[in-house]
Design a protein around this ligand. Structure first.
Ligand SMILES: C=C(O[C@@H]1C=C(C(=O)O)C=C[C@H]1O)C(=O)O
Length: 431
């Protein structure tokens, strides 16, 4: 327990002054085990991969923004908060000190708003070092109470699934229409998605979902921000002390459960001209968006196959050296929507999504992640995820989409979208 000195009084025009303190934490417990049991379902944050990352709870500050200006407004708000923050960071690693978490709607005209959250308590881990950060609006004191491991979450009970706004039949129909439009030359690729509503007989504990996802999908980033929960294998952008990285995915094959067959399928995926073409569009869109902010860039010539328990993807890791002070969020905004979740060419593909999909994606397929006061941070694409109903913790809407190109077949795309729903469906199961 310790008390910080009072900071100087903020100027009248300034945003709130937050007082932040980070200290090392002796801990061998998994980060997700710290998430407390007694919180609202949307009062937990997570960005965890292979045991490293950040979890947080409690709300020191929040910010919402809508429509086209959502990224710009969020960035401006965060700069203001960062500028006035009084930070005492005894750890000095990426993710220690003051950080915010965010999640942004896919579409400019979504009914949903972008959400930024600064939790009051954050536990982080990187390379074997664990820390505790507390954020307070009270300049007089920050209490660094050691967090304790919480009681284990209970599984959801009586989960039933129902079609959302796009049934599998609607989806097949939309895919067929998209293939026709592609044939007519309107776009090269468009990503169409569908939804599935899961309702349990009582509140669904997001901690259960996060733990299940982390156990089974170690190649993903397990996230939660303001009621959006998932495990994404796709990293839109990370900025870490001058190095920019992005993991681009496009081109998918379902796993069969038979290892020999899956190895053969991985080989055919790596040779499939449809998937390679789809992948090429996605890599190019990322490389072009990063180019103005980079002094040099490495784009591997051929993708590798990323193995997940439910599907395999063609994947490319793009790396670049940052040439300006564009924050990770600015980079995410300029990358969004990449061809992996929008299409090619972007503007026309996004119009076509609005025309053919008949669904508000909300924050699905939008950037989700975290950022520090220097603009470093990591933003994934919110895939393999579900959004809790705003006022009903017993209901969560799951989403999945597929890149449609000239050779796409509606029934195969329905099957692929089902495979992409598996992580969240399984996480909702009680066994
Ligand atoms: C749109 C989704 O996934 C995206 C589409 C992919 C594809 O069509 O091959 C692969 C990975 C993601 O970029 C999703 O999971 O909902």
């Amino acid at each position: 327990m310790s008390t910080l000195p009072a900071p100087e009084a903020p100027s009248p025009t300034a945003g709130p002054t937050v007082v932040v303190r980070t200290v090392p934490l002796e801990s061998a417990d998994p980060l997700l085990a710290y998430l407390p049991a007694d919180r609202e379902h949307d009062d937990l944050v997570s960005w965890v991969r292979r045991g490293d990352g950040l979890v947080g709870w409690g709300t020191a500050l929040t910010f919402e923004a809508r429509a086209e200006g959502r990224f710009r407004e969020a960035e401006a708000w965060w700069r203001e908060i960062s500028r006035h923050a009084v930070v005492r960071d005894e750890v000095g690693r990426p993710g220690s000190g003051l950080v915010c978490f965010g999640s942004f709607p896919f579409a400019d005209d979504s009914a949903e708003s972008a959400r930024l959250v600064v939790p009051s308590t954050i536990v982080g881990r990187r390379d074997g070092h664990t820390w505790l950060t507390t954020v307070s609006l009270d300049p007089q004191l920050t209490l660094l109470e050691r967090p304790s491991v919480a009681a284990d979450p209970e599984p959801p009970r009586g989960v039933a699934f129902a079609d959302g706004s796009v049934s599998p039949a609607d989806y097949a129909h939309a895919v067929a229409e998209a293939v026709e439009r592609i044939g007519a030359g309107e776009v090269d690729k468009v990503v169409l998605a569908r939804d599935l509503v899961a309702t349990a007989s009582g509140p669904i504990d997001p901690r259960w979902l996060l733990r299940r996802l982390a156990e089974r999908y170690e190649n993903t980033w397990v996230f939660a921000v303001a009621g959006l929960v998932g495990a994404t294998p796709e990293l839109l952008v990370r900025r870490d002390q001058g190095l920019i990285t992005s993991r681009v995915l496009a081109g998918t094959i379902r796993r069969t459960g038979d290892d020999d067959k899956d190895t053969a399928l991985a080989g055919s995926l790596a040779r499939s001209s449809k998937d390679l073409e789809e992948h090429e569009y996605a890599v190019r869109s990322v490389a072009e968006a990063l180019a103005p902010h980079s002094s040099s860039m490495n784009v591997p010539e051929a993708p590798f196959v990323l193995h997940l328990p439910n599907v395999m993807h063609l994947a490319t890791d793009v790396a670049a050296v940052s040439a300006d002070d564009a924050s990770s969020l600015t980079l995410a905004a300029s990358l969004h929507p990449s061809a992996a979740v929008g299409g090619t060419p972007t503007a026309r593909a996004v119009e076509l999504i609005a025309e053919l999909e008949h669904m508000d994606r909300g924050r699905y397929a939008g950037p989700v992640g975290w950022m520090d006061t220097h603009g470093d941070g990591a933003w994934g694409i919110a895939l393999r995820s579900g959004a809790f109903a705003a006022d009903d913790p017993s209901q969560i809407t799951l989403y999945a989409g597929c890149g449609i190109v000239a050779g796409s077949d509606p029934e195969s795309e329905v099957a692929e979208s089902n495979a992409k729903l598996i992580p969240m469906r399984d996480a909702l199961a009680s066994d």
